[in-house]
Design a protein around this ligand. Structure first.
Ligand SMILES: [Zn+2]
Length: 356
């Protein structure tokens, strides 16, 4: 197993220097184009441009801002292309930093836009006519989580501010799991990797031994895995299964959508799995110490990368959703149980003395 090793050295250097990373040619015919994300600690999304016989395909696009558009245009120009040359926009998932510019790009170039069916299905509710219903569902979920009345409205609407960064666009093409992507000169396979979003996908190039990983596997941070109104069920279980799926691929280098390129996919996946294993135990300990906590209470008792008071708005909601994802997985594994509704109260299923 290859040890973890940063290969996007210029990207990592730029990060530490608080600078913007360069456009880079990663392989012949394959470019990495950083596109800025406003007011976000991730700073940029990495768009990958793949040279075709008759133009260029992009993987992800950036937010729908003029600044992002200019960066994308500039990056393509650096690679020898114009916006009008874009034939396809393959999107790893529905989040605004990936999907936001897809509609504008299609309007300007005639490119087809592709998304996994599970995310395509969410477009109307998230960015269109279904928004009121989505807000109601979100509010109901937060009430179940025991979110106090004084912050309920704020957290319900926490993601509304970023909606303006997405042009509503239904995809033209659906990306099915394990299917070959229809672009000339490339043998690229879609791998469905739900968790960060229900329809998240990675793209695998077997010949070049590359994994374009979107947000599924990033070199430094662990992607947010949340239960929320558009992601019910057991997203953490799906995420862990999807990590096992990509871990089995023969991959030399990983091309993520944020931060920097790296080698050692399996080592990085093992770290991510260890992180969640630890987090599940930590969550279980909270239930044991405080039987009957709500998801909100549990979230406040867990440790986060910064003080809770400094976690605001959308990040707070992401934290609640992440805690709930861990509770749901503990419940599936027989380690937690719930009682009641509005709010749901959580208990450790196995008493401390029985636990080995
Ligand atoms: Zn992202």
């Amino acid at each position: 197993m290859t040890a973890f090793e940063v290969t996007g050295l210029a990207q990592e250097r730029a990060w530490h220097a608080d600078a913007f990373p360069p456009v880079e040619q990663v392989r012949p015919g394959l470019w990495s184009i950083p596109v800025p994300i406003p007011k976000n600690p991730l700073r940029y999304v990495l768009v990958y441009a793949l040279e075709l016989d008759d133009g260029v395909a992009v993987i992800d696009t950036g937010w729908n801002t003029d600044e992002a558009w200019t960066a994308l245009e500039g990056g393509l120009h650096h690679a020898g292309y114009a916006i009008a040359d874009v034939r396809a926009a393959l999107i790893t998932h529905i989040h605004p930093d990936h999907y936001g510019l897809a509609g504008r790009l299609r309007d300007a170039s005639g490119a087809w836009v592709a998304l996994h069916p599970a995310d395509a299905q969410l477009v109307p509710a998230r960015y269109g006519i279904g928004i009121d219903r989505l807000l109601q569902e979100m509010r109901a979920l937060l009430v179940q989580c025991g979110v106090p009345a004084e912050v309920l409205e704020e957290l319900t609407a926490a993601s509304m501010g970023i909606r303006e960064f997405v042009a509503l666009a239904q995809p033209d093409v659906l990306l099915e799991d394990r299917a070959r992507v229809d672009i000339s000169g490339w043998d690229l396979m879609t791998v469905h990797t739900p968790g960060h979003s229900p329809g998240h996908v990675c793209f695998y190039d077997r010949k070049r031994r590359l994994l374009i990983s979107g947000d599924h596997v990033l070199p430094r941070i662990s992607p947010n895995i949340s239960v929320h109104a558009q992601q019910t069920g057991n997203p953490l279980a799906e995420f862990l299964d999807a990590l096992a799926t990509v871990r089995a691929l023969d991959v030399d280098e990983v091309l993520p959508a944020h931060e920097w390129r790296f080698r050692g996919l399996q080592a990085r996946i093992d770290e991510l799995v260890a992180h969640h294993t630890h987090r599940l135990r930590e969550t279980e300990d909270v239930l044991r110490k405080d039987p009957g906590v709500t998801c909100w209470d549990a979230t406040l008792r867990l440790s986060w990368s910064r003080e809770w008071a400094q976690i605001k708005g959308f990040m707070r909601r992401a934290a609640i959703g992440e805690t709930l994802a861990h509770l749901v997985l503990l419940e599936r594994d027989g380690r937690a149980r719930r009682e009641g509704r509005d709010p749901v109260r959580w208990y450790a299923a196995v008493p401390a003395q029985v636990r080995g």
